[in-house]
Write a protein that binds this ligand. Structure first.
Ligand code: FAD
Length: 234
């Protein structure tokens, strides 16, 4: 089990109306793989703890970042009130939602806040210029729910082998996206070479299960070609 350490919040970044990133000052070298998660305990009540994906990449060496969708829960409200200089306890790293560097072609399917470990992996691939081809299909209810849009836009500019296809439940003027849900037709259209790609699925358990069934039963993708991360708690 990784040891528990107390760390200071360095910076808080508002990502959208209900999502914030928290950047932590972590002593010593960062010790994790892109896509892994940590356990965050809030100082004033050790009962307030959650598993959260690391949204930064190991190539971003000055901080460790997690990104939380803020709800009405006690954990969310307490976290929302923290700022630079406040302390939290963390344990890390956990998890197997990590890049298989042998795969030259990758596809990510994600929804909402499920983007956090994918942001970490994509940033790592781009910063290391690993050369693999990536397609991200990212579904949200509306444009206000999209997280890390600017980050992905910047990554696509510096790394042309990354493509992002946004999917929204409702159309939005001026926002390039498909309207509807992620289904077999959309995957064939956005990822024509889907049979050659390793799929990474991340989000609430119901969404991950629906995507897994879609890939396996409607598109014939084998289980060995899928890596999943379930955000238990949603
Ligand atoms: C491996 C892993 C990685 C994860 N990564 C992330 C991540 O990167 N980002 C992220 O945001 N989540 C992530 N999660 C999910 C996270 O751990 C939480 O389960 C999730 O964020 C829900 O937390 P919550 O603050 O809504 O609290 P919960 O207590 O789980 O609340 C659940 C719901 O109940 C409502 N509720 C709870 N208490 C009250 C109250 N007193 N009054 C009114 N309503 C209430 C909340 O509004 C919320 O809608 C991850 C989970 C796992 C397992």
């Amino acid at each position: 089990m990784p040891e528990e350490i107390k760390v200071k919040i360095k910076e808080v970044i508002q990502r959208n109306y209900n999502v914030k990133s928290f950047r932590l000052e972590v002593p010593g070298p960062l010790n994790f793989k892109a896509g892994q998660f940590l356990l965050v305990k809030l100082q004033d009540d050790p009962g307030l703890k959650k598993y959260l994906s690391i949204s930064s990449s190991p190539t971003e060496k000055c901080y460790l970042e997690f990104t939380k969708k803020l709800t009405e829960s006690d954990f969310s409200k307490t976290l929302d009130n923290l700022g630079a200089g406040d302390e939290v306890s963390i344990q890390y790293p956990f998890g197997k939602f990590v890049l298989d560097e042998a795969s030259l072609k990758i596809a990510f399917l994600s929804g909402g806040i499920g983007i956090t470990p994918i942001r970490s992996i994509c940033k790592y691939v781009v910063d290391k210029n690993l050369g693999c081809s990536i397609v991200l299909v990212y579904a949200n209810r509306s444009v206000k729910d999209v997280v890390f849009k600017d980050d992905f836009d910047a990554m696509m500019k510096s790394y042309p082998a990354l493509r992002v296809a946004h999917v929204l439940s409702e159309a939005q003027a001026g926002f390039i996206c498909s309207v509807g849900r992620i289904n077999a037709e959309l995957i064939k259209n956005k990822i024509p070479d889907y049979q050659e790609r390793k799929f990474y699925l991340c989000g609430p358990p119901q969404m991950v299960e629906a995507m897994r069934l879609l890939l396996a039963e409607e598109l014939g993708v084998s289980l060995e070609m899928m890596v999943t991360e379930n955000f238990q708690g949603y």
